[in-house]
Design a protein around this ligand. Structure first.
Ligand SMILES: [Zn+2]
Length: 153
């Protein structure tokens, strides 16, 4: 959570805004609770393009700047926010190598970078608090982490 916030919920490689996947799951839950029975492609546990195209692109993941397999540590210093696409492309490529060859083109804001993007994490807190039933253990742990970090009310 600290890493995501430090990085402003932007992919450190391509600068796209990333999305906190559990928020999208709870959003889908809201739609279902309203009685909608049709197909939805908001959330998918594996964020497939077919099952959840938005998450396939923008799922917020933690990435090792220097790949674990090449001696990178799991310290905060070595962890960065990444989108699902950059994370998938980078995989275990040596950092320099990957930067040269396969990097997704970084986007740049004409009017500056986002200051208040939160990856939908506030939405997650709101929906999770509104209805705590059916939350996974991981989601409950996230809620607790947000509470401790003093995020959204
Ligand atoms: Zn990216």
């Amino acid at each position: 959570m600290r890493i995501f916030r430090r990085d402003g919920w932007l992919c450190c490689w391509c600068k796209r805004p990333v999305i906190f996947a559990p928020a999208v799951r709870l959003l889908e839950r809201e739609v279902r609770k309203s009685g909608y029975l049709g197909p939805l492609a908001y959330y998918h546990a594996h964020a497939t393009r077919d099952g959840a195209p938005l998450l396939d692109e923008l799922w917020a993941v933690l990435d090792h700047a220097h790949a674990h397999s090449t001696g990178g540590t799991t310290d905060g210093d070595n962890l960065v926010t990444a989108c699902n696409k950059c994370n998938g492309r980078k995989n275990n490529a040596p950092l320099d190598d990957w930067k040269e060859r396969k990097r997704r083109k970084a986007i740049k804001g004409k009017y500056g970078e986002p200051q208040h993007w939160d990856g939908l994490s506030t939405l997650f807190v709101v929906l999770g608090k509104r209805d705590g039933s059916g939350l996974t253990a991981t989601e409950r742990a996230w809620l607790k982490a947000f509470r401790e970090i003093g995020d959204a009310a």
